[in-house]
Design a binder for this molecule. Structure first.
Ligand SMILES: CCCCCCCCCCCC(=O)O
Length: 276
């Protein structure tokens, strides 16, 4: 992954250089810093789909942010993620799900990547179009709106734990998604037990989940949750509440991996700021 940042004038702020040894978070922070500094100077950022970002109006400076999103490698597990899935949803951030066994040993169960469709992210423009990147990167309301909005997103879980049974997957979902369904349904009453049952029963006993398996949970247009294992579709459930509860695990208020959430929020804000 290469990035070059070149400015002909010595008084122009220097943006950090990216190198492959940086962590995904520091890369994102560097990207955001570059974008924020440029936008603070009142320069217009125009990027193509390869993230070549140019400061256009004067034509004298160019800012090349190749892959201005995040590293596709989850550093703890070494899992590599595709930079794009489902016809144009691009990677916003990666993280890891850990759990404690008998309160003693901590194991990594899966690495995950969160993706979003750039054109759908623009739905947040009306409300946040004028906000700066530094405001958005920590703004709770911004992430709450991203959870609520009809933005096509995919969460890709890459299993790293070798002894995962479908039963434990059902139980884990019942617990983590169940808690969130309860929490969110306080404001939007609905039959959360039935919804949860419908979702967890998509995971059948005959399905296998060896190390390397991929579970994809995607929010499709109109708040349809689509669930796949290794590309095989298990089912679709139309529910705004369910979509929100699942995405909340990864970038909501109490995320499974806090660093990943920060990265996702920062990149979401960055994508909103870039004019394509
Ligand atoms: C032995 C630990 C079992 C954890 C299995 C997690 C499998 C997928 C569940 C996804 C939701 C979550 O991470 O809570």
């Amino acid at each position: 992954m290469s990035s070059s940042l070149g400015f002909p004038f010595s008084h122009f702020p220097r943006f950090p250089n990216f190198s492959s040894s940086r962590t995904s978070s520091s890369r994102s922070l560097a990207t955001a810093a570059a974008l924020a500094s440029a936008s603070a100077l009142g320069l217009s950022l125009v990027a193509n789909s390869k993230f070549q970002t140019n400061i256009s109006p004067l034509g004298w400076a160019s800012l090349s942010l190749a892959n201005a999103s995040c590293s596709p490698v989850e550093s703890r597990t070494g899992e590599v993620f595709p930079e794009e899935v489902d016809g144009g949803r691009r990677l916003l951030g990666v993280g890891v799900r850990r759990t404690n066994v008998l309160g003693l040993k901590s194991i990594d169960v899966y690495a995950f990547g969160v993706y979003a469709d750039d054109s759908d992210i623009k739905k947040l423009n009306e409300k946040y179009g004028t906000a700066s990147l530094s405001e958005l990167k920590d703004k709770k309301e911004f992430i709450a709106d991203a959870l609520e909005s009809d933005i096509r997103m995919t969460v890709r879980l890459q299993i790293v734990y070798g002894r995962l049974s479908i039963r434990s997957v059902r139980n884990a979902f019942a617990k983590s998604v169940g808690t969130r369904l309860q929490k969110f349904s306080a404001s939007e009453p609905s039959d959360t037990d039935e919804l949860l049952q419908k979702f967890v029963s998509l995971f059948r006993d005959d399905q296998k989940l060896p190390k390397g398996s991929v579970i994809e949970l995607s929010r499709e247009e109109g708040y349809v949750l689509r669930t796949r294992i290794d590309g095989e579709e298990l089912g679709q459930i139309q529910s705004k509440l369910l979509c929100k509860s699942i995405l909340d695990l990864y970038f909501g208020e109490d995320p499974l991996d806090k660093n990943a959430k920060q990265e996702i929020q920062l990149n979401l804000a960055g994508r909103l700021k870039i004019r394509y």
